[in-house]
Design a protein around this ligand. Structure first.
Ligand code: UN1
Length: 503
């Protein structure tokens, strides 16, 4: 197993307080923040956090940087992001390990997260030559109409502990090719991962005599988060977190008529039809519910089983759960690491108490183990329980049997969140029903694939209380730019639109 100290050293965070250290790190004035590993409670490092006045300084640097960065041709900006992608490749193992150490996900998933960053970097490089606008035919003779996209300015990126690096990359690397400067407020649970990523960016920028394009501010919600939300110098705030947090972000940024890109809670379901390949479905359910210890926004929470296959499916699922090795996420063979902290364990236990009160039967697991470790848990419910409306960020999987697709579909959609969804079937009719306008109401809908583990090339995000934002692939880049509609009159006349004659 790799040594924690070696990983930290190689990522340049051996000196535990980078606050007043090298390069462009500024001396900050907030309280000290200690990063503890959820694996064993070991202290990984200490960070001097930032306060309001420090944020001011960072915004000043970003503002200065923005003037030059927006003037650089987008394909050249893409070349900078390309180098970040190359550096990430070099540090894949170490950064992946740090994600595991600080957040607790298993190494394969920590590395997967860094791979996701690399994929986004590649995508952003291509995008830097494809920030296309449309052209329109003008209704007036001798007129030309088109739209162009300009950089937005400063983008505030607020990320959660569960994807401490990849979600930054979805936002920052794409916003960067769009010509924006990024100010990142990471989760206070995962400051060291953010510092490691910042070091990588700083190294690349320094090679080009640049700074201030990627900025990091570690601090509390009150000291840093709230001031960012209220600050008009952030035309866009992109935030990932709970629905409760998203409501606050929406209200404060909306009040000043700023834009938000929200990626909030999920409550994702899979419907398994009677003609499904139950082996595939069970494997997908295992990865979806147990992967990242159920702490992905895309984690599988609700499994709807057609009564015909419920028996064989449950047998396979329970057998698969029995194989799950819980333990140190860096140890080979471990499938499930710890939850992020003790509070998460308590939330899970409180959730299970409510589940039992409401008539849910714990079929597998359910116990809190030592430290932040828990057993992955399967709950059988005769019909959806009230608590199933909520997202509990833990490996609890509800299983409900159904007789008809319509019933399953209604149950599936009857939650406030709308992120990811899936159906397992070999049939065209159920699959197309699931994908139709009366099918899944989520931002992501899969057939014969689980709810988590989306590729970066698609637009990622969800409907309803998930917040409506789309990040990463497809045309998500448009959120980081401002659209300008241009009409040019190259005639010697002044015809008015709508045929209006004036004077
Ligand atoms: C998240 O949990 O916030 O689709 C993001 C997935 C990952 C991203 C999850 N690619 O599960």
């Amino acid at each position: 197993m790799v040594s924690t100290q070696d990983v930290l050293n190689r990522l340049g965070i051996a000196r535990l307080n980078p606050g007043a250290a090298t390069g462009d790190w500024i001396a900050t004035h907030g309280p000290e923040l200690i990063s503890y590993s959820p694996i064993n409670g070991q202290e990984l490092g200490r960070v001097q956090t930032a306060q309001r006045q420090d944020l001011e300084q960072v915004i000043a640097v970003a503002t200065e940087a923005f003037h030059a960065w927006r003037m650089m041709p987008a394909p050249q900006r893409g070349m900078i992001v390309r180098e970040i992608g190359l550096e990430l490749r070099e540090h894949l193992d170490d950064l992946g390990a740090l994600v595991s150490l600080e957040m607790g996900k298993i190494l394969a998933e920590g590395r997967g997260e860094v791979q996701e960053m690399i994929d986004v970097a590649d995508f952003a490089v291509g995008l830097s030559r494809q920030l296309y606008g449309l052209t329109m035919h003008s209704e007036r003779p001798g007129h030309r109409m088109y739209e162009q996209w300009h950089p937005l300015g400063h983008v505030g990126v607020i990320t959660a502990f569960n994807f401490p690096a990849a979600v930054w990359a979805w936002n920052a690397l794409i916003a960067a090719v769009c010509g924006d400067c990024i100010v990142w407020k990471p989760s206070e649970q995962t400051p060291l991962t953010a510092i490691a990523v910042q070091h990588i960016c700083d190294r690349v920028l320094a090679r080009h005599g640049l700074k201030g394009i990627f900025n990091l501010v570690i601090g509390s919600v009150g000291d840093i988060g709230e001031p960012m939300l209220a600050d008009r110098r952030f035309p866009l705030i992109s935030a990932t977190g709970s629905c409760r947090m998203g409501r606050r972000v929406g209200a404060v940024v909306g009040e000043r008529l700023g834009r938000t890109l929200l990626e909030l809670g999920g409550n994702n379901g899979i419907i398994v039809m009677d003609d499904a390949d139950v082996e595939l479905a069970a494997r997908a359910a295992l990865f979806g519910a147990v992967g990242t210890a159920g702490q992905r926004c895309t984690s599988l929470r609700r499994l709807f089983l057609h009564r015909q296959i419920a028996g064989p499916m449950m047998e396979r699922l329970k057998a698969a759960y029995a194989q799950v090795k819980i333990g140190h996420p860096l140890e080979a063979g471990t499938l499930m690491g710890p939850l992020i902290n003790r509070q998460a364990v308590e939330t899970m236990q409180a959730g299970l108490a409510t589940i039992r009160e409401q008539g849910g039967e714990v079929l597998y697991g359910g116990r809190a183990l030592e430290g932040c470790y828990v057993e992955p848990t399967i709950v059988r419910a005769p019909a959806p329980l009230p608590i199933m409306q909520e997202e509990i960020f833990a490996p609890i999987l509800y299983v409900v049997e159904f007789d008809h697709l319509d019933q399953a579909m209604a149950w599936h959609n009857d939650v406030p969140q709308g992120l990811s969804s899936a159906m397992f079937t070999g049939g065209l009719i159920p699959a197309e029903t699931f994908l139709s306008h009366r099918g899944s109401d989520c931002g992501i809908a899969n057939i014969n694939i689980g709810t988590s583990g989306a590729e970066i090339g698609g637009a990622f995000g969800g409907e309803k209380d998930t917040g409506g934002g789309r990040e990463s692939g497809s045309d998500s880049w448009k959120a980081y730019m401002r659209r300008q509609t241009v009409t040019i009159n190259w005639s010697r006349d002044l015809p008015l639109a709508q045929g209006i004659q004036f004077g």
